[in-house]
Structure formats: C-alpha cells, structure tokens
Design a protein around this ligand. Structure first.
Ligand code: SAH
Length: 356
C-alpha cells in the first residue's frame, strides 16, 4: 500500500484500526441500537467488551472491571455514568446526531486491490455501519476498512448462491431506514454493468439520501494495465463498452464495426466465439488485433493477444476464463510496446504473456 494512502486511511478510518486493544476490558454504555458499531470496532481491535444499556446498569462491579469506558448517545444521559466512573478509568464519548442518519452510499471499489479504491471510498467505508460487498469488489480486508460496520457478503462465491438483486436492495434500504449508514461496495464503477442505477432508484424511492462514489472501471483500467490504451492518437478516437452477456445482434455488431474504433467487451468470455464471429461478419477484418486481459490487477493477470480470427482458439488453449476484458481494435497493437518496456516494474507481480 502506498504511504499516502496508508496515511489517509489512518486519518479517516478511526484510530482504532491500528490500535491494539487485545484483552483490554472496555465498557460501552448506551442504548442497544446505537452501540452496535462501537462494540464491533472495539472487539475488532481485540478488546473484551461489556455493554451497559442504560446508566442504571453501570454498577460498582461493572465499573471496577473496566479499563476504558465509551459513552454512546446524547450527552444529556452521561452525567450519572461519568460520576460512577470518576477516577476509575478513562472515559471517552461518542455523541450521535439527533436526526437519524440513515443513508446509502454506493462505492466503486475499482477493478482490484486497495490502491485502486478512491479516498472518498475509503472515507465512506470508515463511516459505514453496514457494508454490502460484491464478488468483484476485492479491496482486501473490508472489516479493517470499515471497523464499525457489519459486513454482509452478497456476492456469489464458489458453492454459494448470490443474494438476488431485490433482496440486496431490500437489505440496503431496510438497514438505511433503521438509521444506519449503508455502503454498497461494488466492483469497478457502480454504474458500469453494476446495477448501480437500480440501487440508487431503490434508495430514492424509499426517500433515503444516496450518494455514489465513482470507481475505476475495468473497461478502461484493465486494458490499460496490459498496455492497451482504449484510445490512441491517430489510431482510435472512439471506444465502445458492450456487455457480452448475450451474443451481439447482427445490427449491433454492424454499428460497432462501422464506428471504426475500439470495442471493449465485459462479461463476454462465455460468448467469445459468437462475439468475434459477429464482429467479423459485420465487416471487421479477420486480422483486426484482439486481446483478452484476464484477472486484471491480480498476481495471476495474463494477456492473450491475437486477432479476431485467432483469439477464441488462443484463449481456449490458454484456459482463459472470467473475469476478463476483451478488447478488439488496432489499439491492441500497443500491448507489444508494453511487452517490450524496459525496466518494467516487476514488484507488482503482474504476469504479461503476449501470445502472438
Ligand atoms: N462495474 C464493473 C463491471 C461489472 S461487470 C466495472 O466497472 O469494472 C463484470 C465484468 O467486468 C467481468 O465479467 C469482466 O469482464 C470485467 N472485470 C471486472 N474486474 C475485472 C478484472 N479485475 N479483470 C478483468 N476483468 C474484470
């Protein structure tokens, strides 16, 4: 992690992330609805937490055990607790806003790794009470970035079904209506094939404040990481991003071919043959450069480079699978420049297999 990011992260994401409280008896005082995230934050730092729901529960015995007390809630209720704890242990207070702060924040996590998450995204996670994570939102340890949040994985994992979209929206809206700050963390940019628009609509429909933190989209970032610029002066001044989830209609393929620019396909690996065939039938030359960039920004990143005619076979032989970005167009030739780069950083561990 870069030093700047680390510094900003520390500043934004509560000091407790880096503070080791292992074994420290901590007393958290406050109404149950308000203390959950404070309890989680301290427990993640290793503290042994006792919760007192009201000042009346702060008995002499409870006071004697505590080494740190955290008072949560409106300041008016703290006076008797402060009195009971006086001289026994340090007391910190966590005021809560009077108005419910229920809101939804969609955060684009970028195409992989913490460094491609924005500082606005880090800040949103630090403030979250609930985080709904996505399969492709791979920023590492979400609990560390969101120390006070309940982390709910709604993505598809091997052997598990993804939570259906309407249920994700139900959890998101329901928790925000409970007064919580809900972060929906999504791979890449929330609005690029991410159903971000639907989630914003659900939040707006429920009368909730909603913000969207953009993310680096794999559509641009992943080809770029393989040395393929989606536009290049004198080569391509237009790029189109299409979903390959379903094969291209002939009419669509003709429009894409007619633009004469770069075609970027997401979610297209299972349709690589029909996609390339449709583009060739629509008029793109069989020797148009084409590439698959697999698992961008992971140590297993690979590029498979060929032509419209050869790519499906090359990709099949290499065993390339999803997640991959498919790029078609003359810009793909730039990957050869990239492959020849001198003194290329190897510390990032990215593999670069250019198959002719
Ligand atoms: N909102 C995301 C895209 C979601 S669709 C974004 O803006 O990036 C999911 C598709 O994105 C995958 O099927 C794949 O085509 C692409 N993708 C996402 N992350 C990727 C990665 N790290 N490497 C290669 N392709 C990736």
């Amino acid at each position: 992690m870069g030093a700047d990011v680390e510094r900003e992260l520390r500043r934004e994401a509560a000091v407790l992330i880096e503070t080791d409280l292992t074994g420290l008896p901590v007393l958290v005082v406050g109404p149950p609805g308000l203390t959950a995230s404070v309890v989680r934050r301290h427990e993640r730092a290793g503290a042994v937490v006792t919760v007192a729901a009201s000042p009346g529960d702060v008995t002499a015995e409870v006071c004697a055990r505590a080494r740190l007390a955290v008072l949560v809630g409106p300041g008016s209720t703290w006076a008797p607790v402060r009195e009971a704890l006086a001289g026994r242990c340090p007391v910190v207070t966590e005021p809560v806003p009077d108005a419910p702060r229920g809101r939804v924040v969609l955060v684009g996590a970028g195409p992989g790794g913490l460094e491609l998450l924005t500082l606005a995204g880090i800040r949103a996670l630090a403030e979250a009470d609930v985080v709904l994570t996505d399969r492709l939102a791979e920023v590492g340890d979400v609990a560390r970035l969101a120390p006070g949040a309940e982390v709910v994985d709604v993505g598809k994992r091997p052997g598990h079904h993804a939570v259906p979209q309407d249920q994700i929206e139900g959890i998101m809206v329901g928790r925000a209506l409970d007064g919580l700050t809900v972060v929906r963390l999504k791979g890449g940019d929330p609005y690029v094939f991410g159903r971000g628009g639907e989630e914003v609509a659900a939040a707006v429909e429920a009368g909730l404040p909603v913000t969207v933190v953009p993310g680096v989209s794999s559509a641009v970032g992943v080809p770029g990481s393989a040395g393929i610029p989606v536009t290049h002066r004198g080569v391509s001044h237009v790029f189109t991003v299409v979903s390959g989830h379903v094969p291209l209609e002939p009419e669509q393929a003709r429009s894409l071919a007619g633009l004469g620019g770069t075609v970027v396909v997401l979610m297209g690996m299972h349709n690589l043959v029909p996609l390339t065939t449709a583009l060739a039938r629509a008029g793109l030359a069989a020797d148009t450069p084409a590439a698959v960039v697999e698992r961008g920004f992971t140590p297993d990143q690979r590029s498979i480079v060929g032509t419209l005619a050869t790519l499906p076979d090359l990709a099949a032989r290499a065993g390339a699978t999803s997640p991959s970005v498919i790029v078609v167009g003359e810009v793909v030739r730039q990957s050869a420049v990239w492959a020849r780069r001198v003194g290329a950083p190897s510390a990032d561990g990215l593999a670069m297999d250019v198959v002719a």
